[in-house]
Design a protein around this ligand. Structure first.
Ligand code: 5CA
Length: 161
């Protein structure tokens, strides 16, 4: 535990403050994408809780959508839920609002508290895994814990495929 890289360490510190015993696991193998993470962990892509950052178009607020790794996010549905059109955030916005780079954005501990929506499909999967600050770090949790630690709203956010 002592040798996590600094960004993963920051996530571990947030998890320690939450106090439910979650442990960041840093690996040699990439966990940069949902597919990478599932391969490294040995779980299904669906069990990867990917943290996607959007930006509200008018007011420029960060919106965090935590979605199952197999789902595409329906931006119109998210816009309707937050009451404003949204767009995909660029890398600089992600870094500024979360404090982390794309590929390692965790669901908790962001620099600016975002609006949080959680893909309802994640509630049927246990355990799930989320990014933990770097493209090589993840932590395991239950969907209920994801809801409680983020304060997110569980919603239908996936695109019909
Ligand atoms: N560590 C993994 C598994 S948890 C991870 O973070 N996956 S992820 O899917 O949550 O993060 C990668 C996401 O970053 C992509 O799905 C994509 O939505 C977003 N992304 C990748 N490249 C860009 C880019 N150039 N601009 C904006 N968003 C991007």
């Amino acid at each position: 535990m002592a040798d996590l890289t600094p960004s993963a360490r920051r996530v571990q510190d947030v998890l320690d403050a939450i106090g439910l015993g979650h442990a960041v696991v840093e690996r040699e193998a990439s966990t940069r994408t949902s597919e990478d993470a599932a391969n490294a962990i040995g779980c299904t892509v669906a069990q990867i809780a990917k943290s996607l950052i959007f930006r509200t178009k008018q007011t420029g607020r960060p919106v965090l959508v935590i979605a199952s790794g197999v789902n595409r996010v329906d931006e119109k549905a998210v816009g309707a839920l937050v009451g404003e059109k949204i767009e995909r955030a660029d890398a600089d916005f992600v870094r500024e609002k979360t404090g982390y780079a794309i590929g390692g954005v965790p669901p908790i501990g962001h620099a600016e508290p975002p609006l949080v929506l959680i893909d309802e499909d994640l509630l049927a999967l246990d355990p799930i895994w989320a990014a933990a600050g770097t493209p090589n770090a993840v932590f395991r949790l239950t969907p209920d814990q994801l809801v409680s630690m983020t304060g997110g709203q569980v919603a239908a956010v996936k695109k019909a495929s």
